[in-house]
Every structure is written in structure tokens, then in C-alpha cells.
Design a protein around this ligand. Structure first.
Ligand code: ATP
Length: 493
């Protein structure tokens, strides 16, 4: 077994790959950073400013594969003989060429569901008997955040994998599933909405009469020194490497953040040693985490750090589609009407409307499906779902106080695309507090994640430095495309 494998894998799939010339064991089809992690290789790429980066915090993951530069390591499956080398960010941006040779696929459906988490699955199951549905999911599998968990979730019987398999096996012939497909946004097109999506460089144009945004939530990124260092894991990545790929994040991990209980049972299930460190200050190491130092100068010898904090709704798809935001429960959520609509024809369901257990998000998907059935004059019972949902008040996020004085802000990354906290703080301290202008001056939220992970921290910074309430801070509207792709045809270059 490789050093961080959690169990023996199928030996018939065993292959050899090369990283920086080093010979490594891997398994055919394994995700590239996972294959490297299993061999204890954390440092995979280098940021523009020369910072060592891994694959599991934030930011892009450009690598050289078989001599070809600017490949997205995060989306690459390893194959026998693959040669991988480090690369720095350079001009990395994934470009989707829509050329003469590739015909655009067009689909016309009643409802397009963006996001294949529990909310999206619930919506599909509700709608499919009477309406045609397309469900678009960026990951190569359905189930969203719940699919990464290894422990039975409240409201469901059985392991998350079993529940998801069972529910999705009920999809009927009215349902078209687009996995590994990124939706670029929602656009008005006469009586329809156009939902352009991209799968492996192929443009798919989905025309739908109604759209459901079930795009979920993202992990809150914690601010401390070297929070981008190889070996620091966002919680969703830590869960994915363990539960989906059977690889440990490290031998001894530190859990930081205000919700350690979100990861403790998962680590215990695999017998991974951990220590909870509530007040991280700095991470140090050569090519991966070697130690974590807290605000009281206690030193923890660990080889990985997991950020286990709160989730916050991913509001980019909402603002792109023309929705407005409000500040509630400590984070930004879409303004919705009594049928969960952000505007005529566009609905929201799941953790994008407020952070709740997976089962509640599933119910909300069904609820929105029921509203749409009614719109199409089919019999449905939204009130039943509404009543069940009442028991789930969304989770409140306590205000985060960043201890600016205790840290070297240059070493704290607020945005994966090489924007440090000092750069943003300097601008805010000059009195510039409009995030739209901060964005232009610092490049915060301009890159890889389009602000999904960093705008919230930008708002916290402005609020803390100026005393302005979070509710009065305007977040810049997301522009298409929602994800880090440049579609040449759309850009009309
Ligand atoms: P829960 O929060 O309980 O897990 P949920 O369904 O509300 O339920 P997620 O599990 O986060 O939320 O699922 C949302 C899914 O939407 C994720 O799997 C994510 O990959 C997908 N997604 C988000 N944005 C896009 C996009 N632009 N295109 C395609 N898929 C997307």
C-alpha cells in the first residue's frame, strides 16, 4: 500500500506515473492530486508570487502533463506512464474552444436543474413524472456535498452512497443527466431560458421553460498565515480524499475552524489521528505542512490541516441570473418570493437559500418541484413539503473576528489567485470600501473561483475595518461564465 492509502485497492488497476521524474504507484482513473497525495506529495503547483501550493485549499492547479503545459490537474485522471511536472500559475485559464469541428449539442426541456446535490435530486424526483428535466452537475457524480460523507445523515436510512444510488436509480426516461458538466449561467431567450453548459470542451445549450438553481454552498475559508500551504485541506476536499478515494489527508491532522464536529466522526471512522486547534496562527513546513502554531504559540507537529468551519451559500449563480441578495443568518442569501423564486421562472432550492441538513435540502428540492408542477397545472402538494421543512431553521453563522494585529497579513491568503490579506486591507484602510472597486484594485474575486470563496471574507474585512454592518455591504454581481472557463464563441473573440 502507498503511505496514505486507507485500504488495499484493486490491484488490476495498478499503474505507474512519474512526478518530477519520480516513479510512483497509482491506480488507473484516480484523480491526479489524489494519486500524488497517496504517495505523500502535497506540493503540486506554484503561485505567481512563488508560493508553494497544493490541490486541496483553493486556487487553480496548472501542471505539465506529458510535456503539455497549463493542464488542469484537478480535473485530470491518471493513466499509465503519465508524466507530471510542477508549473506555476502563469497565464493559466481553462479555455473551451467552440470551433468549426464541434457542433453544439442542443436540448429542450421543461425544467433545467443546475446542481446535482440533494436539492437537485429532490427536484428531479418531484418533476419527472410529468415534465422533462435536465440536471447539470459539475462533478462526475451526483449527490453534492452529501456524496462526500461516510456517515449516515439525519432523515435518511443507510449510508450516503446507498441513499444517493437508490434515489437516482429512480430517475425515469424524462430525465437527462449531465454529469461532469459546468453550467455557465442563465440567460433570457424569449419564452425560454438558455442554460449554456460545457462538458469536456463541448458546448451544450439547454433551453428550458423554468430553471432551478440548486447550486449549494461552499466552505468558508479561514484566514491565518500560510492558509494556502500544501497540506491544508478545505473540508470538502478532505472528505472527498477519504470517502471517495480511500486516501488519508495525513497521518496526524490538525482540525481548525469553529465546527470541528463536522469532520471528527469521519476521521475517527478511518482511525486517523487528530488534534483540534481552535486558534491557528501559522503553518510551517518545507514542501508540505510540518507544524501548526496557534495564537498562544503552542506548536503542533502535524502533516495536514483541515479547515472545518461553516458553509456559506454560493450566491454567484443567483446574482448572475438576476437575483437580489439579503443578509440573513450571518451570510448572504437570495431574496425569494413565497414560491422560492428569485424572479419569474427561476427558482432556488437547497443550501443556496440557507444552510440546512441534507435532508432539508432534499425536501426543499421537492418543494420547488411541486411549485413548478402547479405552474404547469399538474396536481401537487407543496404544502406537505413546506410543513416538513418548517422544522429546519437554517444554521446561523456567528460573526468572524479576524485578529489583524496578531498575524503577518502578507502571509494570509484571502483569495486563491495570489491575493493576500495585506493587499486588500491596505486598500480598505485607504477608505475604499466598495467591494466592486476593491475587486478592481486588488484582483480579489477576479480569478479562478470568481469570488465564490473570497468575496465573503472581503465583506468581513470591510465590515471589521469600517464598522459597517455586513447587511449594508454590496457584493459585486457575478458575471458569466460562472466557472473558470473562457468560451471563445461566447466571448466573440
Ligand atoms: P446540501 O447542501 O445539503 O449538500 P444542496 O443540493 O443544496 O445540498 P450541494 O450538495 O452543495 O447542495 O450541491 C450543489 C451541487 O451543485 C454541487 O454538487 C456542485 O458541484 C453543483 N454546482 C454548483 N455550481 C454549478 C455549476 N455552475 N454547474 C454545475 N454544477 C454546479
Amino acid at each position: 500500500m502507498r503511505p496514505l492509502d486507507l485500504y488495499e485497492k484493486d490491484s488490476s488497476k495498478r499503474i505507474t506515473i512519474y512526478f518530477e521524474g519520480k516513479v510512483l504507484d497509482a491506480y488507473d482513473g484516480e484523480k491526479l492530486p489524489v494519486a500524488l497525495l497517496a504517495n505523500r506529495i502535497y506540493w503540486i503547483t506554484t503561485s505567481l508570487q512563488g508560493r508553494k501550493r497544493g490541490a486541496f485549499t483553493f486556487g487553480p492547479l496548472p501542471v505539465v502533463i506529458n510535456g503539455v503545459k497549463n493542464m488542469n490537474g484537478r480535473k485530470t485522471a491518471v493513466r499509465d506512464g503519465m508524466r507530471i511536472e510542477r508549473q506555476n500559475y502563469g497565464e493559466f485559464q481553462e479555455v473551451v474552444e467552440i470551433g468549426e469541428n464541434k457542433e453544439t449539442i442542443q436540448e429542450v426541456v421543461d425544467v433545467a436543474v443546475i446542481g446535482g446535490g440533494m436539492a437537485g435530486i429532490g427536484a428531479v424526483l418531484e418533476l419527472q413524472e410529468h415534465l422533462t428535466v435536465a440536471i447539470i452537475e459539475e462533478r462526475g457524480w451526483l449527490g453534492g456535498a452529501m456524496s462526500l460523507k461516510g456517515i449516515t445523515q439525519e432523515g435518511f436510512d443507510g449510508s450516503p452512497r446507498e441513499v444517493i444510488d437508490e434515489l437516482t436509480s429512480k430517475f425515469n426516461e424524462n430525465v437527462k443527466v449531465f454529469k461532469g458538466t459546468i453550467s455557465l449561467g442563465v440567460f433570457d431567450e424569449g419564452e425560454y431560458f438558455l442554460v449554456p453548459a460545457v462538458k469536456k470542451g463541448q458546448l451544450i445549450e439547454i433551453m428550458a421553460k423554468k430553471v432551478i438553481l440548486a447550486t449549494g454552498a461552499v466552505e468558508n475559508i479561514l484566514l491565518f498565515e500560510n492558509n494556502d500551504f500544501p497540506g491544508v485541506f478545505r473540508l470538502d476536499f478532505a472528505l472527498e480524499v477519504m470517502n471517495k478515494w480511500g486516501v488519508a489527508p495525513g497521518r496526524k491532522v490538525a482540525i481548525v475552524g469553529r465546527r470541528p464536529e463536522r469532520v471528527i466522526p469521519e476521521l475517527e471512522k478511518w482511525g486517523i489521528e487528530y488534534v483540534v486547534v481552535p486558534n491557528p496562527k501559522r503553518i510551517e513546513g518545507e514542501e508540505g505542512v510540518e507544524r501548526l502554531i496557534d495564537m498562544n504559540n503552542n506548536v503542533y507537529e502535524v502533516d495536514a490541516v483541515i479547515m472545518s468551519d461553516y458553509r456559506i451559500p454560493d450566491i454567484n449563480p443567483v446574482t448572475q441570473a438576476g437575483g437580489k441578495l439579503t443578509f440573513k443568518w450571518g451570510y448572504y442569501v437570495p431574496v425569494i418570493d413565497e414560491q422560492n423564486r428569485i424572479r419569474e421562472g427561476i427558482y432556488v432550492a437547497g443550501s443556496v437559500t440557507g444552510i440546512k441538513p441534507h435532508y432539508a435540502n432534499y425536501l426543499e428540492g421537492r418543494l420547488v418541484g411541486a411549485y413548478i408542477l402547479k405552474e404547469f397545472n399538474y396536481k401537487s402538494t407543496p404544502a406537505v413539503y413546506r410543513e416538513k421543512l418548517e422544522k429546519y431553521e437554517p444554521e446561523a453563522l456567528p460573526p468572524l473576528h479576524v485578529d489583524f494585529k496578531a498575524m503577518d497579513l502578507k502571509d494570509v491568503q484571502i483569495c486563491g489567485c495570489d491575493v493576500d490579506l495585506k493587499k486588500v486591507d491596505d486598500v480598505v484602510k485607504q477608505g475604499i470600501t466598495d467591494l466592486q472597486i476593491v475587486k478592481r484594485l486588488t484582483h480579489l474575486a477576479m480569478g479562478f473561483c470568481q469570488g465564490r470563496f473570497c468575496l465573503f471574507n472581503g465583506a468581513i474585512l470591510v465590515s471589521q475595518r469600517t464598522g459597517k454592518e455586513m447587511s449594508t455591504i454590496d457584493l459585486p454581481v457575478a458575471r458569466p461564465p460562472l466557472k473558470n472557463v473562457r468560451v471563445k464563441a461566447l466571448a466573440k473573440e
